[in-house]
Design a protein around this ligand. Structure first.
Ligand code: IP8
Length: 268
């Protein structure tokens, strides 16, 4: 039986967070190559990607994460959805160019949130996509929210919601840095990488982690680590690996479970 892996291409990896609406097309292409390689080895994948400089600046401008009520906030909700989708179109287009039958699964059409957390997500299209031999590709998106009108749902939230339901073998989070560091390695070259984070030590690690660079309405690395620690604690056997997406051969190996030393591993 093939192994199911959730793979996220982080927004800081596939976009330039300092420049609005700026995709790193060459990085997306090299990640697409890694994905094609992993798929040809028989791995079953759910791909997700962050929104980077597409969705986050607009979401910050309209305050979308904290709720949507006024007509101008609803305009922002639509504008954020459009920006997130534009990046998804680029990712899907690049995968198709490399022969990968990528298929969009937008959370805004399938999910309902309550108070900023996911309450429901229609999973049937995912199963149908896999059944048809397609690669389902979801992404951080807006979602209607029972309490707040609307909100933002990050890719990490989508993965945390889907993991107990779909039971992946691994979650691989590809970012712009080679794992989790005790300070932002782009600003502090002496920052130390955590090779492993035990879920029980999560709080101590969270106190150390630097803030995200560039606008990030969904909490950046700290929120990612917190959610993934909760997940590995509740799902024995699950391993989460956070690593750089800049080396395609290492990324392909990590997707296939063959690069345990790369980046940071989150373990129970
Ligand atoms: O980049 C955020 O998703 P993330 C989604 O996975 C938007 O945190 C639209 C800002």
């Amino acid at each position: 039986m093939s192994e199911l892996v959730f793979l996220k291409l982080g927004g800081s990896l596939i976009t330039d967070k300092a420049k609005p609406l700026c995709a790193r097309r060459e990085v997306i292409a090299s990640c697409a190559g890694a994905i094609a390689q992993a798929l040809s080895s028989g791995t079953q994948l759910l791909l997700g990607h962050g929104s980077g400089s597409f969705g986050h600046p607009l979401a910050a401008r309209y305050g979308t994460r904290g709720g949507v009520r006024s007509p101008s906030e609803w305009f922002g909700f639509a504008a954020v959805a459009h920006a997130a989708r534009l990046l998804n179109v680029l990712v899907i287009g690049t995968l198709l160019e490399q022969g990968v039958p990528a298929f969009p699964i937008p959370a805004s059409a399938l999910a309902i949130a309550r108070g900023g957390e996911l309450r429901s997500l229609e999973c049937r299209p995912l199963h149908e996509a896999w059944q048809a031999g397609l690669l389902p590709v979801t992404y951080g998106d807006v979602a209607f929210d029972d309490e707040w009108g609307g909100t933002i749902i990050s890719t990490d939230q989508l993965f945390a919601f889907l993991a107990p339901r779909l039971r992946p073998h691994r979650i691989v989070l590809a970012t712009d840095t080679d794992g989790v560091f005790d300070a932002d390695p782009h600003r502090f070259p002496g920052a130390k990488r955590y090779q492993q984070i035990r879920a029980g030590e999560c709080l101590a690690v969270l106190r150390q982690i630097g803030a995200a660079s560039g606008p990030d309405v969904t909490g950046g690395m700290a929120d990612k680590v917190r959610r993934m620690c909760e997940l590995v604690r509740s799902m024995p056997g699950l391993r989460v690996q956070i690593l750089s997406g800049h080396a395609p051969h290492v990324l392909a190996a990590a997707i296939m479970g063959r690069a345990p030393e790369a980046g940071t591993m989150i373990v129970p």
